[in-house]
Ligand binder design. Structure first.
Ligand SMILES: Nc1ncnc2c1ncn2[C@@H]1O[C@H](COP(=O)(O)OP(=O)(O)O)[C@@H](O)[C@H]1O
Ligand code: SF4
Ligand SMILES: [Mg+2]
Length: 316
């Protein structure tokens, strides 16, 4: 049993439309206790939607989400409350979501007030100071407003707010996408240190395969709402044609080529969303495509050593 499990999860944002389109299409995935599972894929492929479904911040169209074996996918607000503090999310710009008239102390106090109702003010403040310290900021930040912080400091406050209730599972959604290279490494290191200190399990979402390879134990690759490949480790040999294309786009050192490759991946994804209703979602771009790829969608298949691939041609 995993800590968090998605079972045949679907999400459509246009439920009333005749021809539904799905942001997440039949994803079954287990996140093991204590691991960092990477989730990569281009913008718009459904990563954030999947993260929000796991945390029940969005309701699935069908399928289930299990947390510690409990099916939480139809819990009401009341039943969800004790689970909610255990499952948290860190966003790309977490602090944008905070009240701009709040100082850091108020931002961090909000979840504490919500969950530690019976504690004294002194006890609650102790929690706030402790978490601030854990993310590498001193007490002078308590009285600052969000707009008085640098990008990196804001990200640290976002992390502090997500961790102040001591959750077990955290979805990190593009947390290093808007910071520079040095800051990126510092934030990644901080997340790894906090994982050790708090015994966390992460789903680490990023469009950047190289960031994911730095911090993740396993990596799931998503394309048009489906999981194409699950790599059992960062050193595993990539099998799926799409994962290879994604890696080439991220590793190309020439920024112009990289941009071109990413663009063409994106264009293909957009044009395919209109036409590839049957068969493999990657068929129009794939150099290995066969007739069968146009008729049957490949299922995610375990090819040994915990490595799974959804492809008719390279599934062995
Ligand atoms: N709240 C929403 N309402 C309608 N469509 C949405 C909403 N959120 C995401 N989508 C659509 O769902 C698809 C997946 O989006 P998202 O999960 O944000 O992808 P990613 O995080 O990989 O960029 C996209 O086509 C996006 O436009
Ligand atoms: S199933 Fe066919 S089209 Fe899809 S990735 Fe494999 S070879 Fe390419
Ligand atoms: Mg996203």
């Amino acid at each position: 049993m995993g800590l968090v499990e998605a079972i045949d999860l679907y999400k459509s944002y246009d439920e009333k439309a005749k021809e539904k389109s799905y942001a997440v299409q039949g994803v079954t995935l287990t996140i093991k206790q204590g691991e960092t599972l990477g989730l990569v894929g281009e913008s718009g492929c459904g990563k954030s939607t999947f993260g929000k479904l796991l945390l029940q911040l969005e309701k699935q169209t069908s399928g289930k989400v299990l947390f510690k074996g409990q099916d939480i996918s139809n819990y009401n607000f009341h039943k969800m409350r004790p689970i909610r503090r255990n499952i948290q999310m860190i966003f790309q710009n977490s602090t944008n979501l905070f009240n701009p008239y709040f100082i850091v102390k108020q931002i961090l106090m909000e979840p504490v007030n919500n969950y530690f109702l019976h504690e004294s003010d002194a006890e609650k403040e102790k929690r706030v100071r402790a978490i601030l310290h854990s993310v590498g900021l001193d007490e002078s930040y308590l009285t600052r407003y969000g707009n008085e912080l640098s990008g990196g400091q804001r990200q640290r406050i976002g992390i502090a707010r997500a961790l102040i209730l001591h959750p077990e599972f955290v979805v990190c959604d593009e947390v290093v996408s808007s910071v520079d290279y040095t800051m990126r490494n510092q934030i990644l290191q901080l997340l790894m240190d906090l994982k050790e200190a708090f015994g966390l399990t992460y789903l680490f979402i990023s469009h950047d395969l190289s960031a994911v390879q730095k911090v993740c134990d396993r990596v799931a690759v998503m394309y048009m709402g489906k999981v194409m490949e699950i790599l059992p480790s960062i050193n595993a040999r990539i099998k799926h044609p799409y994962t290879k294309a994604l890696l080439d786009a991220t590793l190309d050192v020439n920024p112009r080529n990289r941009e071109k490759q990413t663009m063409s991946l994106k264009e293909t994804a957009e044009s395919e969303s209109a036409i590839a209703n049957e068969g493999c979602p990657y068929q129009n771009r794939c150099l290995l495509a066969q007739d069968i790829c146009k008729i049957h969608a490949p299922k995610l298949k375990n090819i040994g050593d915990d490595h799974a691939v959804a492809c008719h041609v390279v599934d062995h």
